[in-house]
Write a protein that binds this ligand. Structure first.
Ligand code: DX5
Ligand code: ZN
Length: 227
């Protein structure tokens, strides 16, 4: 199983953002998760396309997994495409026409993703399995780092995995919120292959040790054949 660890820069030191990203990639991260919040769709405010563009200009070439928590979302999609996003994920609640929004991302040559909040049913996923390259299950309510993992997300992950398998989709299945070395294996067993972790990585002294601990846990899942 090709597991990806995706540090969320929400918990990074923003005064040294480029350096933090280089450090976490050198420590073994696979991709970078870039949280965009607007103080409207979610009660917090973070960073936008200019910051992504600066990181690209500074030579950061990793896969950028942009999680948009903004409403309305369509107008910003072109900006993130131009800025250098690779994956762009949207919440169904942030757009009137989800099908069109996912199409905008695809037409821009990027990988579309759909995000489900803890109380949002998976029903819409059946309609868009052919349109998405990533399904993101929120295991906290979006808006802040450092919250506790909501256990019912494991059932949600398994449900999403079943829908993707039934549709023969090879979209990635990502989990976001409260992930750490002690619960990453449970998320993998439930079907996740991409793991966002913000505070669990950036709030530790040694990113490489933390990521290695997570990977050890994932290896155990591979070994016991539960995935
Ligand atoms: C929450 C964000 C997450 C957040 C995760 O709204 O979407 O990506 O940074 O942070 P942790 O891993 O600390 O829960
Ligand atoms: Zn996120």
């Amino acid at each position: 199983m090709n597991h990806w660890i995706a540090p969320s820069i929400l918990s990074a030191d923003f005064s040294r953002l480029g350096e933090e990203i280089r450090n976490v990639l050198a420590a073994g991260a696979d991709i970078i998760h870039f949280d965009v919040m607007d103080n409207h769709y979610v009660p917090n405010l973070t960073i936008g396309p200019l910051v992504l563009e600066s990181l690209r200009k500074a030579g950061i070439e990793c896969i950028m997994d942009v999680h948009l928590m903004v409403k309305p979302v369509d107008r910003l999609i072109g900006d993130f495409i131009d800025a250098g996003a690779d994956i762009i994920s949207v919440h169904p609640e942030s757009t009137k026409h989800l099908h069109r929004t996912l199409g905008l991302i695809r037409q821009g040559g990027k990988q579309p993703g759909i995000v489900f909040n803890p109380a949002t049913p998976l029903e819409a996923l059946r309609e868009v399995t052919g349109l998405v390259d990533l399904v993101l299950i929120m295991s906290v309510n979006p808006g802040f780092g450092g919250q506790s993992f909501i256990e019912s997300s494991l059932r949600k992950l398994a449900g999403a995995r079943a829908i993707l398998d039934e549709a023969e989709s090879d979209a990635r299945l990502e989990i976001d919120g409260g992930i750490k070395a002690t619960n990453i294996a449970a998320a993998a067993r439930a079907g996740a292959d991409t793991f966002v972790a913000g505070s669990a990585i950036f709030n530790t002294q040694d990113y490489a040790t933390t990521i290695a601990e997570m990977r050890e846990q994932l290896k155990l899942v591979d070994r016991d054949g539960s995935v």
